[in-house]
Write a protein that binds this ligand. Structure first.
Ligand code: NI
Length: 165
C-alpha cells in the first residue's frame, strides 16, 4: 500500500505533469493506487496524494467499478450545478458541501495509452472533478467560503491534535 500525504504537504499544491510513458511501471503504479484507495475506503485517489506529481487518478464511485484516468481533460461542463458533500483522504475526518457542475465530459487515456471520452453525471462526475482538482493542486476546501474553510481547518486540527500552543 502507498502512503497518502495530508494537508500541509506541498506536493498537494503542485500542478502535476503529464504521463509520457505508458509502460509496465505505470500499470503497476495504477494498480497500487487502486489498492490503496480501496484499503482506505476512498472512492477516488489522485497521484499527488501519494506524493507523485503525475496526471493520474483512479476512482470507484460505487466501490465496485474501477475507473482509471491518465492525462485527463474536462472538455465540457454543464450549466447546471449542485451541492454535494465531499471529503478527501488527504484531509481525513472533515466534510463540506461543495458546489460543482452536475455533468461533465472528460477525455483521457487508459493505462495502456488508449484515448477515451466519457460523459459523467451524479457521483462519478463529482469524484472526477474532485480528483481532477488534485492534479491542479486544488483541494475541495478551496471551493468553499473562507468562513467555512477556517471553521473546517480548525476542526481538522482539533481532531488530529495539530493545534499549536
Ligand atoms: Ni481528495
Amino acid at each position: 500500500m502507498l502512503d497518502i500525504i495530508t494537508l500541509g504537504n506541498e506536493t498537494l499544491r503542485k500542478k502535476a505533469l503529464p504521463v509520457e510513458n505508458f509502460n509496465g511501471e505505470l500499470a503497476a503504479l495504477v494498480e497500487q493506487m487502486a489498492h490503496t484507495m480501496i484499503l482506505e475506503k476512498g472512492i477516488g485517489l489522485a497521484a499527488p496524494q501519494v506524493g507523485l506529481e503525475q496526471r493520474i487518478f483512479v476512482c470507484s464511485p460505487d466501490q465496485n467499478d474501477l475507473y482509471v484516468f491518465i492525462n485527463p481533460e474536462i472538455v465540457e461542463t454543464s450549466e447546471g450545478i449542485c451541492p454535494y458533500e465531499e471529503g478527501c483522504l488527504s484531509i481525513p475526518g472533515v466534510y463540506a458541501d461543495v458546489v460543482r457542475p452536475e455533468k461533465i465530459t472528460v477525455q483521457a487515456y487508459s493505462v495502456d495509452g488508449k484515448p477515451f471520452t466519457i460523459q459523467a453525471d451524479d457521483i462519478l462526475a463529482r469524484v472526477i472533478q474532485h480528483e481532477y482538482d488534485h492534479l491542479q493542486g486544488v483541494l475541495f476546501i478551496d471551493r468553499i467560503s473562507e468562513r467555512k474553510r477556517e471553521k473546517l481547518i480548525r476542526h481538522y486540527e482539533k481532531i488530529h491534535n495539530l493545534k499549536k500552543a
